[in-house]
Design a protein around this ligand. Sequence first.
Ligand SMILES: Cc1cc2nc3c(=O)[nH]c(=O)nc-3n(C[C@H](O)[C@H](O)[C@H](O)COP(=O)(O)O)c2cc1C
Length: 163
Amino acid sequence: MSEASLDQAAKKTLLRKIPHGVFICGVAEGEEVNGFTASWVTQGSFEPPLVVMAVRADSTSNGMIQRTGRFALNVLAADQKDLAAVFFKPQKAVGGRFDAAPFQLGALGLPILDDALGAVECELVGQVAAGDHTVFVGAVKNAVLHRDAAALELSATGWQYGG
Ligand SMILES: Cc1cc2nc3c(=O)[nH]c(=O)nc-3n(C[C@H](O)[C@H](O)[C@H](O)COP(=O)(O)O)c2cc1C
């Protein structure tokens, strides 16, 4: 089938049925840290433990991940929609979103939010750059659990990212 025959409305409706969580991806380069809200995230392997995340090709963090080969995924609690909102808004300077969210650097030097349920730090093992997002595959090298509770899900926020 040619691309022109793709039923755009059906594609959008169906792709928006894919369930997603809401995470804060943390990155670091030199003295700089940055973070952004990410929902296109899934697990990709048990052994070794891999995660898959798609990141806008034109975002600040995409370049930081490419250059450093690292990213962290912070898992938010179900009641942390406000925190997720901070991390997709424009910021005055790179890393400015962390003014509202205290963090520590993990074993791989990546920002782990004090208030998140926890985070995994990953080393980049592969990527696919074929669209407006780059699909990054990361091997989980460090996991920090602050507390166990229900996680924030995209369906509970009323936001859409997909289609
Ligand atoms: C609900 C929601 C989910 C999002 N999921 C992603 C995602 O999976 N990948 C991505 O690159 N951007 C995603 N974004 C957009 C980024 O959070 C946004 O582009 C951010 O400004 C990028 O920050 P940066 O340029 O500082 O890296 C999402 C935004 C919203 C509102």
